[in-house]
Design a protein around this ligand. Sequence first.
Ligand code: APR
Ligand code: PHB
Length: 393
Amino acid sequence: MKTQVGIIGGGPSGLILSQLLHLQGIDSVILERKTTDYVLTRIRAGVLEQGLVDLLHEAQVFERMEKEGEIHDGFDIAYNGKTHHVNLKKLTGTGVMIYGQTEITRDLIDARKKSGGVILEEAEVFDIQGLETDNPVIHFAQDGEDHILECDFVAGCDGFHGASRKAIPKEIIKTYEKVYPFGWLGILSETPPVSHELIYTRDEKGFSLCSMRHKMLSRYYIQVPLTDKVEDWSDDRFWDALKSRLPQNVADKLITGPSIEKSIAPLRSFVCETMRYGRLFLAGDAAHIVPPTGAKGLNSAASDIHYLSRALIDFYKTGEEKGLSEYSSKALKRVWKAERFSWWMTSLLHNLPNSEGESGDFTGKMQEAELDYIFNSEAALKSLAENYVGLPY
Ligand code: APR
Ligand code: PHB
C-alpha cells in the first residue's frame, strides 16, 4: 500500500490533518489501532479556542458544531465560598466554543468517510523504517497479518502511548515531565448544568470543576488521591464531595442524577523535543501532554496541525521545505506556553502538598494571595483570559 502522507492515529490530530490535506488534493491513509466505535467512546474536554474553531472551518467540518455548540463569553473561578467572573469577551474580544471532543471526532470521521478517505481500523503500527530517507515505510498489523504502508511523510498522531515517538533515536530526543500527586475523578450525568458557564473551584478539600456538554448533559470533576479507585466512589459519595467543595449558593442549585460515565484520570505535563525526525512529524498528544485544567490538550494539538498542514501543503504545491524545517521549533514555542498556563492553573487551584522547606499552609496561602491579586488587577485577569481563549498561532 502507498500514499503521500501516512498518518498514525485516528484521534482528532490525525483526522483534522487528513481532512485538510484531502481538501488540497494530498492523499493520506490513517492507521488506527482501535475500532471507530471505541475511539468514539473516549470522553475528553470540550472547550475550543477560536483557533481550533477556525481550523474546523478550514477543514469544512463545522456545521453541527455551529448548530449544537455553545459560545461561552466567560467562566467563573470560586474560592473562599465566593464565585468570581472572568469575562473573556470583555477582556479579550472573544469567548470559547463548548462542543465535545467526541462530537468533533465523530464529525471528522463522517467527513473523511464521505469523501472516500482511508481510515484503517484495528491497524496497529509496530515499526517505522527509512525516516532518514525520502521513502519511509510504516509497518502495521491488521487481522493477524503484517502489512506495510509506503509514504513520503509520516505524521505521528498516535497519542502519548503511540509508536511514533519511540521511532526517534533516544540520543536525539529530550523529554520534560511533571507528574502531579493527584487525579481527576470525572462523571457525566444527564442533568442540567449547575450554571450556564464553567466553574473552577479551589477549596481546602480539593479542586472541583463544573462543566457541561449541552443543556441536558453535565460534566463534573473533583480532585482525588491517585490511590483512589472508581469503585470507591458511589454516585452519592461523588455528589456529596462535589457539593461540599462548591460555594453554598452553587451547591444549593446542583441537580444530581445517576452517572452515565465515571473515570479517574492522572494529571501529567510532558513535552518531547524534537517534534521532527527526518520525515517523521509528531503532533498532538504524541509530543505533549497537559493537565486538563484550562482544557489545552486538544487546542494544542490543533495548533500543531495548523503548522504541519501548512508545511506539507507548501511542500507539495511549491517544493518549499521551510515550513517542514521550522515545524518543530514553531510548534514547540506555542506548546510550551500552553504547558505553562496549564501547569499554572493546575498549581493555582488544586490542594497541593507543600514543597521541601515550606511549612504551615504555605502553598494554600500563596494560592489565595494570587487569586485575590488576579481578581483585583485588570492586568492579571487579562493575562489569565488571553491564555484561556488561546494565544495566537
Ligand atoms: N498504531 C495505530 N494507532 C495508534 C497507535 C499505534 N501504534 N498507538 C496509538 N494509536 C491511536 C490511538 O488508539 C488513538 O486513537 O492514536 C490515536 C491518538 O489519539 P488521541 O490520543 O486522541 O491523540 P490526538 O489525536 O493527538 O488528540 C489530542 O485530544 O484526546 C485529546 O488528550 C488529547 O486533548 C488531546 C487531543
Ligand atoms: C470538560 O468539560 O471536560 C473540561 C472543561 C474544562 C477543562 C477541563 C475539562 O479545563
